[in-house]
Ligand binder design. Sequence first.
Ligand SMILES: *[C@@H]1O[C@H](CO)[C@@H](O)[C@H](O)[C@H]1NC(C)=O
Ligand SMILES: *[C@@H]1O[C@H](CO)[C@@H](O)[C@H](O)[C@H]1NC(C)=O
Ligand SMILES: *[C@@H]1O[C@H](CO)[C@@H](O)[C@H](O)[C@H]1NC(C)=O
Ligand SMILES: *[C@@H]1O[C@H](CO)[C@@H](O)[C@H](O)[C@H]1NC(C)=O
Ligand SMILES: *[C@@H]1O[C@H](CO)[C@@H](O)[C@H](O)[C@H]1NC(C)=O
Ligand SMILES: *[C@@H]1O[C@H](CO)[C@@H](O)[C@H](O)[C@H]1NC(C)=O
Ligand SMILES: *[C@@H]1O[C@H](CO)[C@@H](O)[C@H](O)[C@H]1NC(C)=O
Ligand SMILES: *[C@@H]1O[C@H](CO)[C@@H](O)[C@H](O)[C@H]1NC(C)=O
Ligand SMILES: *[C@@H]1O[C@H](CO)[C@@H](O)[C@H](O)[C@H]1NC(C)=O
Ligand SMILES: [Zn+2]
Length: 636
Amino acid sequence: MNMTSRVLLILSSLLLLSGTASAFYDDATFANINEIVTEHFELDIFIDFTRNVFSGTNTLSMRRTADFLDVVTLDVWDLNVSKIIDQNGRDYKFEIDDPNPNLGQRLIITIPEEVSELEVYNFTISYETSPTAEAISWLTPEQTSGKEIPYMFTQSESIFARSLAPFQDTPSIKTTYVVKTTTNPEFVTRVSGNMTYDYTDCTSRYSTFEMNIPVQSYLLAIASGNLVERRIGERTFVITEPEEIEKVENEFAQLEDFLIQAENITIPYEWGEYKLLILPPSFPFGGMENPLLTFASPAIVPGDKSSVDVAIHEIAHSWFGNLVTNNNWTNFWLNEGFTVFLERRAVRNIFGEDYMKVTAKLENQSMYYDMLDYGLDHTFSSLYPIFHGENPDDAFSEIPYEKGFQFLYYLETVIGEENFTEFLRKYLAKFSQESIGTVDFINYFTSFVTETFSENESRDILEEIDFDTWIYAPGLPPVTLDFETEEYNQSIELAQNFLDGTVDKEAALKLYLSFSVNLKGLFISHLIDNIEEVDEDKASYIDNTLHISSEINGEIIYRWLQVAIRSGQLGSPFTSAEEFVSSIGRQKFVMPVYMAMKDIDIAKAKEIFERHRDFYHPLTVTAIEKKLYNEIMISE
Ligand SMILES: *[C@@H]1O[C@H](CO)[C@@H](O)[C@H](O)[C@H]1NC(C)=O
Ligand SMILES: *[C@@H]1O[C@H](CO)[C@@H](O)[C@H](O)[C@H]1NC(C)=O
Ligand SMILES: *[C@@H]1O[C@H](CO)[C@@H](O)[C@H](O)[C@H]1NC(C)=O
Ligand SMILES: *[C@@H]1O[C@H](CO)[C@@H](O)[C@H](O)[C@H]1NC(C)=O
Ligand SMILES: *[C@@H]1O[C@H](CO)[C@@H](O)[C@H](O)[C@H]1NC(C)=O
Ligand SMILES: *[C@@H]1O[C@H](CO)[C@@H](O)[C@H](O)[C@H]1NC(C)=O
Ligand SMILES: *[C@@H]1O[C@H](CO)[C@@H](O)[C@H](O)[C@H]1NC(C)=O
Ligand SMILES: *[C@@H]1O[C@H](CO)[C@@H](O)[C@H](O)[C@H]1NC(C)=O
Ligand SMILES: *[C@@H]1O[C@H](CO)[C@@H](O)[C@H](O)[C@H]1NC(C)=O
Ligand SMILES: [Zn+2]
């Protein structure tokens, strides 16, 4: 209550102070975005696999919005900037300062008085990245499937594009772009954009990519290695190393159908083609929605199509996140909550209502664990996290995804499915290619309700919805939705029977084998929730009965390992855990396993992490270090 009114007070005073409607807000950028905005950039880089750096230029086309300029500030992170000139060849003085170790650095370009009123500044910035750039993972040949040439890929969300090149690195600024890459001839490069040029001579390979729809900087993605591409549908393609292409092609045979489902619910797909690139195992996330080039973990290719939800999720971002975008990281739920909503709607249409509900139930549980981890009354357990100089990734969890999804699902129950679908389409049309905040959403939803329903009906509807608690209050939502199904009940009951020691082994195995991956996840979650009742013998008994530790899907293994480690099962769960966390770098899987190891034997957990540190993406290294070494960086 208190919290909410304080937030509202801050909100309204900000609105008053800012005056104009076009003011941008993002505490996670150092760029002076209310004085000048980037409209386009042209990145021209050599991808140097001998030194593990990009070197080249980024030309930012910027339009002045203030009356005059004396400085232009940009976001950078460990970049070595050597020269800045404009379209007329004028050299600019600059310096780099270090205001906050969580958010990178500030590049300050001094604007002399005689050019303080130019309309457009096309700054060409010569620079080089650091070999330890937070966004870039450089893999040795041994870390690839082919084992012959190295591999490189980037991950920019949330604020790591600034370690690739100087930018106004905030989701409130959207630009078009051109990216030109040069590599040695044996490398195939892909960038989030349409490839418009690709030429190889005896020394180099030159490729050019274009993005004609304005997007935020975190959607820039680059990968280079031994890659092959296959068309699998009218607009859909898969890309990966040659050794994996067959498997990937089979796994995503339905990709075009997923795209059709999602656009049928929303509005036509605007981006052109849809390409899914399956990366090496160290990719830190399930997927990343880079437009025209979704990146995904091989964890979503178990071989039995049981993790295609992630591909549907990334497709759903083509509308939510990539067309309508959160203006800053406090409003991240506008990206993820809407995307999960569309994902689940498509999943329901394809796999049925029960399948969708089971997924919602399982992910609700993951959300709850994240809330417990932050504390049920911590601002990061709300849909509207308030930052005090932290890195936005510190608030990254299931909460914006699942609480956001539940909020939208709840709103749908209030106004009805047809009306809600209509709302989504109008919302997309209204805010496409814009960056918005939660208040924009609330205002638009309110006006939709007022236009759609009679005066009395809209009053009742709007009175019924407790926007403030849903959005600003931490902890579980004010309304508990019902996602229980018969199969859900069976999975919990089976787990309870094991806890009570009342199972018939044969029947238990038969039932367990009939479960989907998510039902198996729920079964194991119930054991985790009651871990104090699972000793070594019980865990062994469960595994001997159901053979969980030999499952192929990481969704099951990462959960089971927590039971195994926390119960001390077989005395050797750390061996299996080490094998697992060194074979896959998806944070969703490895973080909880490291946490379980930490709680049981922190020295061993650190030892295992140090042995495999080089395997992980820099973002994952940072995330694990923060947990194992408690390196929580307090700002200023
Ligand atoms: C995010 O934007 C909102 C306006 O939409 C603003 O009130 C809030 O302070 C901003 N938060 C951050 C962390 O920049
Ligand atoms: C700045 O760059 C943009 C985009 O490349 C280009 O269209 C424009 O003509 C340039 N402006 C000037 C003044 O050179
Ligand atoms: C930065 O780049 C210049 C060459 O452009 C080089 O001489 C210098 O050593 C580099 N500095 C760092 C810290 O890498
Ligand atoms: C990609 O190219 C296609 C075909 O030329 C075009 O329709 C689409 O708009 C382009 N997409 C982007 C984002 O530039
Ligand atoms: C598209 O959605 C409508 C309902 O809105 C449905 O009747 C139709 O069958 C769907 N089309 C496809 C191709 O799924
Ligand atoms: C959609 O809104 C109309 C009012 O415009 C209302 O009469 C109708 O019941 C709503 N549909 C559903 C499925 O609730
Ligand atoms: C709307 O509500 C008011 C009282 O809240 C009532 O007097 C009026 O008759 C209602 N109008 C309709 C059309 O139901
Ligand atoms: C989500 O999980 C929490 C904790 O187990 C539970 O209290 C809540 O009822 C669940 N919500 C739903 C929608 O199932
Ligand atoms: C699941 O179990 C609960 C409580 O045991 C019961 O109330 C509910 O009706 C069951 N749901 C289904 C769909 O069987
Ligand atoms: Zn997402």
